[in-house]
Design a protein around this ligand. Sequence first.
Ligand code: ZN
Length: 262
Amino acid sequence: MKFCRFSPIGSSSTQPASALYGLLEGDRVRDVTGPPWSAWSEGSRSWPAAEVRLLAPVEPGKIVCVGRNYAAHAAELGNEVPKEPLIFLKPPSAIIGPGEPIVLTPQSQRVEHEGELALIVGKRCSQLKDSDDALSYLFGYSCLNDVTARDLQKSDVQFTRAKGFDTFCPVGPHIETELDPADLLVETHVNGASRQSGRTSLMTYPVALLVRWISRVMTLFPGDLIATGTPAGVGPLVAGDVVEISVGGVGVLRNPVQAPHT
Ligand code: ZN
């Protein structure tokens, strides 16, 4: 199933359109009551997909990211493959949805794309055992761009500022619930040109291991996001670019890039 968050276009000129969770059914979107990872039911309304604006499909309590999870990407930045998963957090305030602009910052001269498979947690989990079925705690999968101010990541040493600017976490366009994450193609295109291409089978630490490992550090709650790391080929974004992250079986997340606010 494909779930989204959306607001109907032009439903009222005076009232700002509200955000709804929805179920994509062919070329229509049906409203669902409540977040789809909790108890939900189908609503009574539906819209043509062309008459809704898709929003980021999740509003997570936290975004856990995995660094250097593809050996070729670790190598291109001159890093070793970590001996256990390397995790960091991105603030939920960085999230934007499909079509929304990534806004550059005057604090950085080098902002880069990182196309990634995103996991959406479906059930609260903590201290998962090796024998637990980690994938059963996931609700679904989406595309994520872990936008990074590479110069600040190097100069700050830790990642909070480099990864945390507003708009530096595009996610979407929707959540696919029926997917095997073992061998998906993850690609990034900028202005139509291929920049990154890798398969999730090349991850040093695969999805189930990541979920188990993170759950032993912090409790994961429904709706939390996990970004699973980026393949080789990261590169700069400049104002006017259009960046597309695609994950096989999910779809394409497309965002324009804008100059800093003045
Ligand atoms: Zn990343």
